[in-house]
Structures are given as C-alpha cells and as structure tokens.
Unconditional design. Structure first.
Length: 256
C-alpha cells in the first residue's frame, strides 16, 4: 500500500462462476471415467476368474496324471490275480535289503499238488486257492514284509529285520509245526482236509549276498521238501550250504 493508501498490486479478476453446462460436462466426464474404470475392473475380474479356472483345470489334469502314473506303477509292480508284488519287482527289493545290511530272511513256497487241484477241481478253484494263500500270508506276515507271486503257484517272501528262528516260531503258531497249512474249502468229499499245504525253503539272507545264489539255494531246499514228502519247510543251514529239517518239537528260538 502506498502513501495515498492505495494497493500497489493489481486487483485480481474474480474467477467467473461455472455455468450449468460446464458442470454437466464435468459430470459426464466423471461418469465416463467411472464407467471406464468399472469396465476395466470387471474385465480384470473376468480375466482373473478365467485364469483361476485354467489353473484349477491344469492342477486337476496334473493330479489325474499323477494318479494314473501311480496306478500304472502299481500294476507294473503287482500281480493282477492276488495283488501281491510280482517277480519283476523282486530284484530291486532284494538288492536294497542286501545292501542295507539288515538281518533278513528269504522264503520260497510252492503249493503242493497244484496241478492235481487244477485238474480235479478246475482252474477257477486253482486261482481261488492262490488268492486265498495270498490273503492268508498278507494277514500273517507284517506290513513291512515283501510277498511276491513268483509265478504260477510259487510264492517268495522277503522279511527284513527277521531271523530264521522268528519264522520257524511263526510257522509253529499258525500251522502247528515246521509247515504252512492254509484253510481252504474245496467243496468236495475228495479233499475233506480243506487245507492248502506247501513245500518250501527258508534261508537267512547274508548282507551283500548275491540274490541269484540265494534263490538257487532256497529253491534247492524247496525241491528237497517236495521230494521228501511235501507239506514241510526246510531250512538252508549256514554256513554250510545244505538243507536240514528243524523238528516241530525242537523249534529254533532266537528271540530268547
């Protein structure tokens, strides 16, 4: 302000008031931007939903593929008649056991007179006898034991963390002696005993032992069991690779 009391700064021109048309234009622009944002947001939500659906579909397909592969693996490793492990999976399991250096037992079992069962009662009864045997063994042995259908009527069992004495004691408990007898109804008066009997061999598997050699020795025991009267399990003695019968009244008990 100068001496005369006047303001040296020029007075500002008041800003003209917005007209109704101006306000309407701004409202339209605001609504347009809002519509654009909502449209973009809806598009993003839609794309995100589609992405989630595709992701879920891919995950479902992957899960189905994994299940199918697992089923194929199970079929490749298991016998279709009994559900037991098959011969093809034996080598890898046996290799792992021998390399792990745990005390293990190898058993070979063969159903006595199986050809006669097939000839007398038919193949269906023979198949039922094999399935009944598988169920019996799965029930009597531990979940950690490996039971294989070796072929035909022959069964092979690998038992980790076991001794021959353990198995002899088990045979005595379930069959009353050094033998294996499985209840089975032939529905025929020609077989009133209603039993499936076995010839077999038992061997203490040595750490790092060649599995082919072990199978040869246990098969020899099985053969001798058949030749000497059937319905008995012979033990492959160690370290002399021979076979011997452990009498029912003198069970080996290594658990004491």
């Amino acid at each position: 302000m100068n001496k005369e009391g006047k303001n040296n700064h020029p007075e500002k021109t008041p800003k003209p008031l917005e007209t109704i048309d101006d306000l309407a234009t701004k409202m339209r622009e605001s609504l347009y931007m809002k519509d654009l944002l909502e449209g973009a947001n809806q598009q993003m939500l839609k794309e995100n939903e589609e992405l989630q659906k595709r992701t879920q579909l891919e995950r479902r397909k992957n899960e189905e593929l994994q299940i199918a592969l697992a089923e194929m693996q199970v079929k490749a490793e298991h016998d279709p008649l009994t559900g037991l492990l098959n011969r093809a999976s034996f080598t890898e399991v046996a290799k792992q056991l021998t390399e792990s250096r745990v005390n293990s037992v190898l058993i070979a079992l063969d159903i006595d007179e199986f050809k006669r069962i097939n000839d007398e009662f038919g193949k269906d009864v023979g198949d039922e006898a094999i399935k009944t045997t598988a169920k019996f063994l799965l029930k009597k042995f531990r979940a950690t034991d490996f039971i294989f259908r070796w072929g035909g009527e022959e069964i092979v069992v690998l038992l980790p963390n076991s001794s021959v004495g353990d198995i002899i004691n088990l045979l005595h408990r379930v069959s009353g002696g050094q033998k294996l007898e499985v209840p089975f109804d032939y529905k025929s008066q020609s077989r009133p005993d209603n039993l499936i009997t076995f010839s077999g061999g038992i061997l203490a598997l040595q750490a790092g032992e060649n599995i082919e050699s072990a199978m040869s020795r246990v098969d020899k025991a099985l053969y001798e069991a058949k030749q000497s009267g059937r319905n008995q399990i012979l033990v492959v003695a160690e370290p002399i690779y021979d076979t011997q019968v452990v009498k029912p009244d003198e069970p080996i008990d290594l658990l004491k």
